[in-house]
Design a protein around this ligand. Structure first.
Ligand code: CP
Length: 335
């Protein structure tokens, strides 16, 4: 007998306000989160990212917008998309981009994160792009370091702001430039998802309604505090939606007893062709990656014309160009 995963509230925290980055929102040297980012700033970043996308697609030679800027890419947690797209963006704009490999570093000898990052500042890095498993790590460094601009490339279960921006850009294209009146369904592990938090923060600021759904064990208590509504079943969330975003299921959640089985998850919460047909005819399917095919998404959905997963990836480079330019410009103004 299969066990139905309940869609009941659990005591997991929303994260709303806990690691608030609002106090840094006006310091453009940093990008720590989309929470509290004004609508005009979001739209200006999207507009610039669209320009950068056209330039990237043209195949024109590298530019020198970031000439003289050293960008340290410190990925203390695994990444493919975010790390490589920041690298491409920084190099295409003429920065000196260096990737710090934590695996072979003195972090393993007990050196602290802050001491390690201060080394890079001493060596002349002006911008630091940080991926870290601890929520609040990027905000901590922005507070604790000197002049260095800090870009959050994903901190624990808090925020992933450049992913949020690339999701916004992808939806802006899919929706003909109009956010108001649209509705996005987010399906899956909302409790541990920095992708969901950044998407909800950015989209609600732009007037989009967001409906979340997922197993009760992976749904934060008081999730409505983030500005979204909760649906009891995936069919309720997706019916009439303008887009769906499936979140990655992390296998470690199963080992922690939060999920009975991936087969059961796919049956109850998977984004299938049948469920996609419940959305509006032009609605699109998103996933931040990496995709567990056959779990969060049916393979045929991931590869279907409705899927914009690779558009999200391509938009990631353009968004990171816009973000690096903004942070570098603010760093120079502050110097
Ligand atoms: N979406 C995302 O952050 O992917 P990576 O972990 O590969 O960077």
């Amino acid at each position: 007998m299969t066990m139905l995963i309940p869609a009941l509230p659990s005591p997991a925290p929303t994260g709303a306000g806990i690691f608030s980055t609002r106090s840094h929102a006006c310091d453009a040297r940093h990008l720590l989160g989309l929470e509290g980012m004004p609508r005009d700033t979001l739209l200006a970043l999207l507009e610039d990212a669209a320009h950068e996308r056209a330039w990237l697609a043209s195949g024109a030679p590298n530019r020198s917008d970031l000439a003289g800027c050293s960008v340290m890419l410190a990925f203390i947690e695994d990444s493919t998309r975010t790390r490589t797209s920041f690298e491409i963006a920084a190099r295409r704009l003429g920065a000196n981009a260096l990737t710090f490999s934590a695996a072979a570093s003195s972090l393993n000898k007990g050196e602290t994160l802050l001491d390690t990052m201060k080394l890079f500042e001493a060596m002349g890095a002006q911008l630091l792009v940080l991926r870290h498993s601890m929520s609040g790590a990027a905000a901590y460094l922005a507070r604790s370091m000197g002049a260095t601009g800090v870009v959050n490339a994903g901190d624990g279960m808090h925020e992933h702001p450049t992913q949020g921006l690339l999701d916004l850009l992808t939806l802006q294209d899919a929706w003909g430039g109009e956010f108001r009146g649209r509705r996005l369904a987010i399906v899956g592990d909302v409790a541990h998802s920095r992708v969901a938090r950044s998407a909800i923060a950015g989209l609600t600021t732009l007037g989009v309604s967001v409906t979340v759904c997922g197993p009760g064990t992976l749904m934060p208590a008081d999730v409505e505090m983030l500005g979204c509504t909760v649906a009891p079943a995936v069919e309720d969330a997706m019916a009439g939606a303008d887009a769906v975003m499936a979140l990655r299921i992390q296998r470690e959640r199963m080992e922690g007893g939060l999920l009975p089985s991936l087969v059961e998850y796919a049956r109850v919460w998977g984004v299938t062709q049948e469920r996609v047909a419940l959305m509006k005819p032009e609605a699109v399917v998103m996933h931040p990656g990496p995709v567990n095919r056959g779990v969060e998404l049916e393979a045929s959905v991931a590869d279907s014309p409705r899927s914009v997963i690779l558009k999200q990836v391509a938009n990631g480079v353009a968004v990171r160009c816009a973000v690096l330019k903004r942070c570098w410009s603010a760093w120079r103004d502050a110097a």
